[in-house]
Structure formats: C-alpha cells, structure tokens
Design a protein around this ligand. Structure first.
Ligand code: ARG
Length: 254
C-alpha cells in the first residue's frame, strides 16, 4: 500500500511539474499536424552543421532530412549560439536540438535524447611546436572552449583555466592569436577547422569520449521513440556511415 501511495505521489508530482514547468515538447501527432520539425542549431560545427552561402549544411542536416522524410514532414532550421540551442529545446521553443549535442546525465535531467548515433571525442588543439603534449600539460595553462559545451564543463571539472566563447570560430581564433595556450573542441570539428590551415595541430591524447544524439523537450517521448526506430534503421543499413563518408569522415558507431 505504502509503495502504491509513494508511486501515485511521484506520478502526481511529475505531472504537476510537467504542467507547471512550462511548455511541453510536441508529440508525433502534433509534429505531423504541423507538417514540420523545427530544429535549433549552431552552424559553426563542421562537418555536422556549418554555413554554405547562408544555408545550413552538414551530416546532421542530412540525417534530419531523412528522418523528416520518413515522418512525412518538412525540416525547418533555426540558427543560434550553442548555449541557446540547449535552452531553446528544453523550454520547447524549438522541436529539436541538432547541434552535435553530447548526451550527458546532467542534460538528461532537462531534456530527452534520441539513442546516440555517433561516438565523438574531445581533443586538444595547440599551435605547431607547442610544449603541450597532452592533458597533463594543461594544468597551468588557459584553454579556449565554446560556451555551454562539454568542453567547457570538462575542462572546468579538471580545474583547467578556461576562456569561453559563444562562437566556435572565436574559440579557435583565441588560440591562433595567442590569447590562450590550447583549444578544446570535438574531434571531427577540430579536424575540419585545423585543415583551414592556421598552423594548428591536434594532439593524439583525447580528453573524453562522448556520444552525440538529437535532443527534444519532455513531452516528445513518442516522437523520440519513432525517430529512434528510423535512426536504428539508418545505422543498420549503412546510410549514416555513407553520410559521414560524403564529408570525408570515418563513422564511429556508439
Ligand atoms: N558536443 C559538444 C557538446 O555537446 C559540443 C557541441 C557544439 N555544437 C555546435 N554546434 N557548436 O557540448
């Protein structure tokens, strides 16, 4: 009996919170009714999302296009800084966050995630010839990161001095102009942005390994479930791997 009461109380509190904690994410039926999925993205993160002549392009856009096709809806893309993506999704201002978002236990308290579709890592980028050879050398150094990212959180946790920038390109520029000693960023983005050629190198030792997924507001449970079945199919039949190959990258299954 006690257990039943405790369960009912928990269910009541959860529903009160869902009602009182503001807007809820759209259900599958609501998205299909609207005829579109509106995604929030920070297009400063090649090869996942970047700008090409004012258009947002990239691996995640290609994946979302396929998901939308399967659901019979259009894809609508809204651009903003990365930290606004997370806030905008959890408050259900946008239907989904598509921004190379790492699944973390802290974020899972505030929003829903699809199953992870890619296994990423944080890497350390330094100037050629730097005496920084790995993580251990960062303790008395300053690193640049993008605001609100797992890089900011991870470096902070390790007690490394951090300078955070809203735009990823500014985090990189802080290193090239010598304002910081290193730049911590996700691996594939590091590869693509280092290729732009500014005398930067990526260190072998990784800071972390972390899975990417798409995020949704609470309330979108059935939509996420549906998207998970589509994602599973796209992973199993090699579609996701070939999308990565189109961008010259190797796919790492989570
Ligand atoms: N994976 C990292 C995170 O979730 C960084 C993502 C940055 N994304 C972007 N589109 N700039 O915190």
């Amino acid at each position: 009996m006690k257990k039943i009461i405790a369960f009912l109380m928990a269910a009541l509190m959860l529903s009160l919170c869902l009602a009182g904690c503001g807007a809820k994410g759209k259900t599958l039926a609501e998205v299909q009714e609207a005829g579109k999925i509106v995604i929030a993205t920070s297009p400063d993160f090649p090869p996942f999302e970047s700008l090409e002549g004012g258009q947002v392009v990239g691996i995640e856009i290609d994946i979302m296009e396929l998901i939308c096709k399967e659901l019979g809806v259009q894809l609508e893309v809204v651009q903003m800084d990365f930290d606004s993506v997370l806030l905008g999704v959890q408050s259900a201002k946008y239907d989904a966050g598509v921004s190379g978002i790492t699944v973390t236990p802290a974020r899972q308290k505030n929003m829903l995630f699809t199953a992870p579709y890619y296994n990423a890592a944080q890497v350390i980028v330094v100037k050629e010839g730097s005496d920084i050879k790995g993580k251990a050398d960062l303790s008395d150094k300053t690193v640049s990161v993008q605001t609100g990212t797992t890089a900011e959180e991870g470096c902070g946790d390790e007690g490394i001095a951090v300078q955070a920038f809203a735009a990823n390109a500014d985090a990189k520029a802080a290193l090239t102009t010598g304002k910081v000693d290193a730049w911590v960023v996700d691996n594939l983005t590091a590869i693509q942005m280092v290729e732009e050629g500014d005398g930067l190198v990526i260190l072998d030792e990784k800071m972390t390994e972390e899975p990417y997924a798409f995020s949704f507001a609470f309330g979108s449970e059935d939509l996420v479930e549906k998207i998970d079945t589509v994602l599973a199919k796209l992973i199993a039949d090699g579609t996701i791997e070939s999308i990565f190959a189109n961008y010259g990258e190797t796919y790492m299954k989570p």
